[in-house]
Each structure stands twice: as C-alpha cells, then as structure tokens.
Design a protein around this ligand. Structure first.
Ligand code: GLP
Length: 273
C-alpha cells in the first residue's frame, strides 16, 4: 500500500512568486534536480523558449558542480517546428542540444523531440505518443507560456483533450518568435506539439513565466476561467500543477498575498525557502 495521500486530498494548482527571474529559474531547476536525485530514471518533459535558458544553465551548473547525474534520465520535448532539420540552428532540437543535452551526461538516444521533417507527420505524432507511453509516461513536465496563452504550441481553441498533432501557429506566436528567425517571413507557420491532454497526463507540471510581458496572460491562465482560448488555463484541471513566476509576471494577480503565504508556510516548500 502506498502511504501517499489520495489524489483527491492533494489535488491543486499552486502559484509561487519569487523576487526575480534568476530566483524563479533557480527554484525550477532545484525541483527538477530533486526529481532526478529521487528517481535517476526519471522521464522529464522539457520546454524551449528564452525563459527556459536560465533553468538549463542552473541544471548544467548542478551537473558540473554537484554531480547531478542525468545518465539514466529520459526526456521528451513539447514541440518542434515543421520543416526544420535537427541541425537547423532554429530547430528546438538544436536549442536543446546546445542549452542542455550536450552540456550534461544525458545519453542523446534518451532524448526525444518530434521530427518536424517526417514525411508522414500524422504517423510521427502517433509514434511520439507511443514513445511517451512506452517510457511509462512523463514524471515532470516543464512548461513556458506564450503570449497567446499556449503551452507547447497549443494555440487558442486547441481541444483540452488534444494529443500530439500538427498545429498552425497564430499571428501572436509568429510575432513573438520571429526575432529568433530574423523576421516573420523566415519563420515556419506550423509545428508538431504535444496536445493539452498529453501534457495533462504528466504526473507533475511546472510552468515558469518571468517578466512583465507575461503578467496579463498569467493572470488569465491562473485566475481566469478554464478555456481552450488560453490553453495554459487547463493546468487548473491537473492534480499537481505548480506555476512559478517572478514579481514582474505576478503583477496582475489578485491573490498575491495568499500565494506568498503558501511559499512561506507550507511544509512542502520548506527545503526551497
Ligand atoms: C515557444 C514554445 C513554448 C514556450 C514559448 C515561450 O512558443 N513553443 O512552449 O512556452 O515559446 O517562449 P519565451 O520563453 O521565449 O517567452
């Protein structure tokens, strides 16, 4: 018999506010490290985007400075652009190789991203779901949030039960990510993304958002209604979702004092205070 409390007693979304971007990213990295130390064969769901760079920097430091061991870890990324080769410097495979995979002792065979160059994209999406299932599901899923409210590339109106599939990107997302490509006309219009349902199947979800540009969308996702117009709001349905923000991204939240109290007092957060 497991001595864990039944899920119905622990079911919740939590919001944690840290003073700045560095402190927020460091908290996320420490949670990942503690998962990997407790379970050396952990299956991690990973995210890309500029917000995640600081998290990976902290993980690399922990690998180099305190022997955080990734040798048994398996990873699945949320998404990849359609049409980009793994060697393309704009691909998410390239991003992950540079920021994390090649800097720690992860076996590249244990790292997975959808193949945006597959000849049959539908088959590739089904295969990706099967690989996640064969690995036993995702233990800890990292998430960022786009200005459109997306998690992965689940743009507005993505079904909350959706699985890995091809998705057209919204103008908001194209505008947000175009600077990485040197202009909107150079950016792919489609991506393969884990579905909202795929993400909700992860045993734990951690969403990180920093900076004032994310303040509006974080308030909608956390304190607004659950809606396919803001797919991050689906995390309100998850049994163990934690949203970690800095003060700037917390600016529009109504219940800031309550969230601060949680971090300062709940026993679960003691080791991180
Ligand atoms: C891309 C990814 C998302 C990520 C978002 C955030 O759109 N598909 O998964 O959440 O970027 O990007 P940034 O951290 O650069 O704001």
């Amino acid at each position: 018999m497991s001595n864990r409390p039944p899920v119905c007693l622990t079911h919740r979304m939590e919001l944690i506010i840290r003073p700045d971007q560095e402190a927020a990213a460091s908290l996320v990295a420490r949670i990942v490290a503690s998962e990997v130390r407790a379970n050396p064969r952990a299956v991690l769901g990973l995210a890309t985007g500029s917000t995640m760079e600081a998290v990976y920097r902290h993980l690399v430091q922990m690998h180099k400075g305190s022997n955080l061991d990734f040798s048994g870890v398996r990873t699945f990324n949320l998404d990849e652009y359609v049409g980009l080769d793994a060697n393309d410097p704009h691909s998410y495979r390239h991003f992950m190789n540079e920021h994390l995979f090649r800097q720690v002792n992860l076996d590249l065979h244990n790292t997975h991203l959808p193949n945006g160059r597959a000849s049959d994209l539908g088959a590739e999406c089904r295969h990706y779901e099967k690989l996640i299932g064969d690995a036993g599901g995702i233990d800890l899923q990292l998430l960022g949030i786009g200005k459109s409210g997306h998690i992965g590339f689940n743009e507005p109106l993505s079904a909350l039960k959706s699985r890995t599939r091809e998705k057209a990107l919204t103008p908001t997302t194209i505008k947000q990510n175009a600077p990485f490509f040197g202009g909107e006309d150079r950016m792919p219009r489609r991506a393969i993304t884990m579905g909202v349902g795929t993400i909700l199947d992860a045993r734990r979800c951690i969403l990180l958002a920093t900076g004032e540009a994310k303040a509006d969308i974080i308030a909608q996702a956390v304190e607004g209604p659950i809606t396919s117009m803001v797919t991050a709001s689906a995390l309100q349905l998850h049994p163990k979702a934690t949203v970690i923000v800095d003060e700037a991204a917390a600016a529009k939240l109504k219940e800031k004092e309550y969230y601060r109290w949680i971090f300062a007092n709940e026993p679960e957060w003691q080791e991180y205070r």
